[in-house]
Design a binder for this molecule. Sequence first.
Ligand code: KMT
Ligand code: NI
Length: 174
Amino acid sequence: MKVYYHDNTTEDQRLDHDSGIEVQTDAINKLGVLAYKFSGPTALENVNALAKARDYKNQDVITISPASMGDVYEEKVKTFYKEHLHEDEEIRYVVEGEGFFDVRDAEDRWVRLKLDAGDLIILPAGIYHRFSTTSSDYIKAMRLFKDEPKWTPLPRPCDDNQYRLDYLQSIKAN
Ligand code: KMT
Ligand code: NI
């Protein structure tokens, strides 16, 4: 995983948009974001252990690519890139390919997490974020969830949302 500030230019969302300013793991942890690398023969065991520890009982696998989605691919890519939050954690494990998860830091700057195979991230409920494929146009990712998928995106602004308020409170001391 590579983590850096987005350069804030608006051309093609699938480009790296690397400002050249790196962000340390410690800094994203302070935003409530957790990152792991699970690769090699024990990868799935490790993912399952983490899921169990956090009470994530279910999972599915999504492939985002022109080949798997056809005509709706471009539309989906734009939708995933709209800034939003969820009222639950967003847990994603990259099986193949790569993708960008952008999260807002405490000063409202975009921090870009570039994930590839073996990367797992947990975004806390209430954090503003967005997702994009890269210029490779291919990611196969496992989505983990509790009883039912609760990943309705609430578009920004939803600053009065209780999960948003709780999230802001939770990072305050960091
Ligand atoms: C999301 O919530 O934006 C997604 O699930 C994107 C696809 S998972 C790589
Ligand atoms: Ni999301």
